[in-house]
Design a protein around this ligand. Structure first.
Ligand SMILES: Cc1cc2nc3c(=O)[nH]c(=O)nc-3n(C[C@H](O)[C@H](O)[C@H](O)COP(=O)(O)OP(=O)(O)OC[C@H]3O[C@@H](n4cnc5c(N)ncnc54)[C@H](O)[C@@H]3O)c2cc1C
Length: 381
């Protein structure tokens, strides 16, 4: 039986245990920070042990050591419009479009109509639009592992994309390799609390008197290196910056990350997916001819399936082979450290209004702006 309190610090919320439980004894419940954890109903549990068996964090690390040296590529989509909507160089869209054109289905992360972040299925190229862009929040997986398995059993091509811990959860849940399964993990330095993100959206709606329709932390209209947060509203208007900065600051503070992210086991070149995608930071130093103002993806090829997939999408993308040394960044080396203020922050979340919280922790509000301005004037003098 999974004991949530015993394993809380290690639980990624991947839902493998809950989705594997044949007796419906496990439900995913939110804790005070708004993260989902499995909770077992002792009366319904038969102690079969399946939940512990499929938990990727309780299993020994099964990734073979010799795969620690993936092939490394810089890549970007040939379509400028796709590049503009993607967080990096559009690697996700290139891979997903290929899968859909083969009659397959893509599983990825999007906002629902209430701006909750969830994993969903797409089998048209148009539906991929909602999956583009990084949502800096932990997504809810629902029962999508079940649906993935059903599609695989029917022989359908399936591309699952998500954080490495979600891919590890799917692999553990499926328990055996499926020839028509393709997986792609994103480079990740932590996922933030969905409850705090909801508070941010509701706060933004209150101060703008408009209903939020979409939110992007990294709008690239000024370029990949100068991204601005952008919020779109139901009435067709949008803002860049302003209150939209708040979530960028909240995420950047790392105070709202899931506890397991501070000792994430996936911050290395040993990845659970066929391909890993991220930003190719430092491209200007190593491959200056390949830089593009709208972004360049980093692609790690971790398996033979991943290599075949990269070959299959070559028509839609430009590719430059690179090295591990050229692309290394923090999230491939070590997890983000746990901020010393984290416990105090979560105590304050329970007691302060969202506005006060942002004033105290994210330099929000009139006096913070005033102090900043004053400092810059003094500096100039
Ligand atoms: C929380 C988070 C942290 C990240 N940290 C880094 C980092 O430190 N360094 C780095 O190089 N790259 C990081 N990335 C990855 C990067 O921002 C891009 O997501 C990635 O390069 C893919 O970009 P793209 O242009 O190929 O496609 P896009 O279309 O922008 O990417 C969409 C893909 O991201 C997935 N996705 C988006 N949000 C989530 C989410 N919340 N949970 C699971 N999957 C999600 C979608 O399912 C889809 O596969 C991070 C992404 C996220 C979501």
């Amino acid at each position: 039986m999974i004991d949530v309190w015993e394993h809380k610090e290690d639980c990624t919320g991947c839902t493998a245990c809950q989705q594997a439980c044949a007796h419906g004894a496990i439900t995913m419940q939110r804790d005070a920070e708004g993260f989902l954890y499995p909770v077992t109903d002792a009366d319904a549990c038969t102690n079969c042990g399946l939940c512990e068996h499929v938990c990727p964090m309780l299993r020994a690390d099964e990734r073979p050591a010799d795969e620690s040296a993936p092939k490394v590529f810089a890549l970007r989509h040939k379509d400028d419009a796709v590049l503009g909507e993607s967080a990096s160089g559009g690697a996700f869209t290139a891979i997903a479009e290929y899968v859909i054109k083969q009659g397959g289905v893509v599983v990825g992360c999007r906002h629902d109509k209430d701006m909750n972040v969830e994993h969903a299925f797409a089998d048209t190229v148009e539906a991929l639009r909602f999956m583009r862009g990084s949502k800096y929040v932990q997504s809810s997986l629902g029962d999508c592992f079940h649906t993935v398995r059903k599609q695989l059993q029917a022989g359908r091509l399936v591309l699952f994309t998500g954080t490495p811990c979600q891919v590890a959860g799917l692999n553990a849940f499926l328990h055996r390799p499926y020839p028509t399964l393709l997986t792609c993990d994103i480079l990740c330095h932590g996922v933030a609390s969905p409850a705090l993100f909801s508070s941010f959206i509701r706060y933004a709606e209150r101060v703008t008197h408009r209903q939020v329709a979409d939110y992007r932390v990294r709008d690239k209209s000024l370029g990949w290196g100068h991204t601005l947060p952008r919020m779109d509203f139901q009435d067709g208007s949008h803002i860049k910056g302003g209150v939209a900065w708040l979530w960028a600051k909240a995420y950047g503070s790392t105070l709202a990350h899931r506890p397991v992210c501070y000792h994430c086991r996936f911050t290395s070149f040993r990845r659970p997916a066929d391909l890993s995608i991220g930003d190719f930071w430092g491209i200007e130093k190593h491959h200056p001819h390949f830089i593009h103002p709208k972004g360049v993806s980093l692609v790690l090829v971790n398996s033979a399936k991943g290599q075949a997939l990269l070959e299959a999408i070559r028509g839609a993308v430009l590719v430059q082979e690179s090295t591990m040394e050229a692309c290394v960044q923090q999230c491939l080396q070590q997890p983000v450290p746990r901020p010393v203020q984290r416990d105090k922050f979560w105590h304050d979340v329970q007691t302060l209004s969202f506005h006060r919280l942002c004033v105290s922790y994210f330099e929000w509000g009139f006096w913070n702006r005033f102090r900043k301005k004053l400092k810059s004037i003094v500096k100039r003098i």
